[in-house]
Design a protein around this ligand. Structure first.
Ligand code: P1T
Length: 387
């Protein structure tokens, strides 16, 4: 089955057996508990809805299929997935090697929860050079954590090269694939052990559900994650499972349009006299454009850029646009705009932001699937009003 077909059919095969109702769209099972006739025989394998629920099971099958993986585990948010992954794979006193450019909340989780409370330390490295990852590995390193492209600077790391290093040291490697989406990049196929998604973003795609998931081909990791999902309990609700199942059916067509619009806008920004720098992996000017072409099938819908002006200009710009909502998050059908230094990455210490290149005036846009001419007109108007 090809991607588009998997995204519609896997996990939602109509039940045509006697007693089945043939639903073409998976029903939302709200029961918190499931009755059984005999003590030792849970009906259909279901006991209590934290442990397993038919709607979440359907979604987990779908998510595994999207990454062409065997197993998926769904959680209440991207961060709940991250927390559960660390609980499953890292012991107190352990160590993580992570890309230094990450979603601000991921860095906050490592630095403000796992380090002070559980002595799980993290070394943040510029993973654009795989050698930096190799160099940071310690005796107690238990996880390699990559995000590519990164949030918000759209930096890439070479998944295959870093997976080789991870394998050499016997350390599991996870890739947060939220920005690329499984339509444009499949880290498992490139050697990663686990893939993580904030399903809140492209996979759901309609800005109406918060969720997260981890996909793997490793049965032992899957068992650990299932155990933590039930034992720690950060589960995805049946209604969110339904919404994400529904959203994921159009992932392929949405991503094509996101990419088309993002490329058009990145080119427009690149030639604009009021723009200092545009970050988009699809532009030949992106320093890792060649790597993007080898490990991704497309470049996604996220674009970051820096105005040639002051923070005041940037604030006026993001407050002036009409179709781009001034909001955190990304990956929905509607365009969003934000200032990472003040919004999504405010929890990253200012000196770290400066070191990484997250300038105060950096603007991040999540390009939606509106008509791109309207978006261009909106941006042009904002340039005129901001300066
Ligand atoms: O928001 P949540 O579903 O908990 O997912 C966290 C998360 C994980 N990984 C990446 C790459 C992310 O971008 C996020 C969430 N990001 C935003 C809310 C944002 O605006 O960048």
């Amino acid at each position: 089955m090809k991607f588009e077909t998997r995204a519609i059919h896997v996990g939602e095969e109509p039940n045509l057996k006697p007693g089945g109702s043939g639903d073409v769209a998976h029903p939302i099972h709200l029961a918190s508990t499931f009755a059984r006739a005999k003590v030792d025989e849970p009906t259909g394998g279901y006991e209590y809805a934290r442990t397993a629920n038919p709607t979440r099971d359907a979604l987990e099958k779908r998510l595994a299929a999207l990454e062409d993986g065997q197993y998926a585990v769904a959680f209440a948010s991207g961060l709940a997935a991250e927390t559960s992954l660390i609980l499953a794979l890292v012991k107190a006193g352990g160590h993580i090697v992570a890309f230094d450019d990450l979603y601000g909340g991921t860095r906050r989780l490592f630095a403000q929860i796992f380090e002070p409370n559980y002595n799980i330390t993290t070394t943040f490295v510029d993973a654009r050079d795989p050698g930096n990852v190799a160099q940071a590995i310690q005796e107690n390193t238990q996880l390699i954590w990559m995000e590519t492209p990164t949030n918000p600077l759209l930096k890439l790391c070479d998944i295959q090269a870093i997976a080789g290093i991870a394998r050499e040291h016997g350390i599991p490697m996870v890739v947060d694939n939220t920005f690329a989406s499984p339509y444009f990049q499949n880290p498992l196929a490139l050697g990663a052990d686990l893939v993580l998604h904030s399903t809140t973003k492209y996979i759901n795609g309609h800005s109406d559900s918060v969720g997260g998931a981890i996909i793997t081909n490793n049965a032992a990791f899957y068992e650990s994650l299932k155990f933590v999902q039930n034992a720690a309990g950060a589960i995805l609700s049946p209604f969110d499972s339904f919404l994400i199942l529904r959203g994921s059916k159009t992932l392929a067509v949405r991503m094509e349009r996101h990419q088309h619009n993002a490329m058009t806008i990145a080119r427009f920004l690149e030639q604009h006299p009021r723009v200092k720098q545009v970050l988009y992996p699809g532009l030949p000017s992106h320093p890792q454009h060649e790597l993007a072409k080898t490990q991704m099938r497309g470049f996604g819908g996220m674009v970051s850029f820096e105005l040639d002006g002051t923070l005041e200009n940037a604030k006026r710009f993001v407050e002036t646009v009409r179709y781009f909502a001034l909001a955190e998050s990304l990956g929905g059908v509607e365009s969003l705009i934000e200032l990472p230094a003040i919004m999504t990455h405010a929890s990253v210490p200012p000196e770290v932001r400066r070191e990484l290149g997250i300038a105060d005036g950096l603007i991040r846009i999540s390009v939606g699937i509106e008509n791109v001419d309207d978006l261009l007109e909106d941006l042009e108007n904002a340039f005129n009003k901001a300066f």
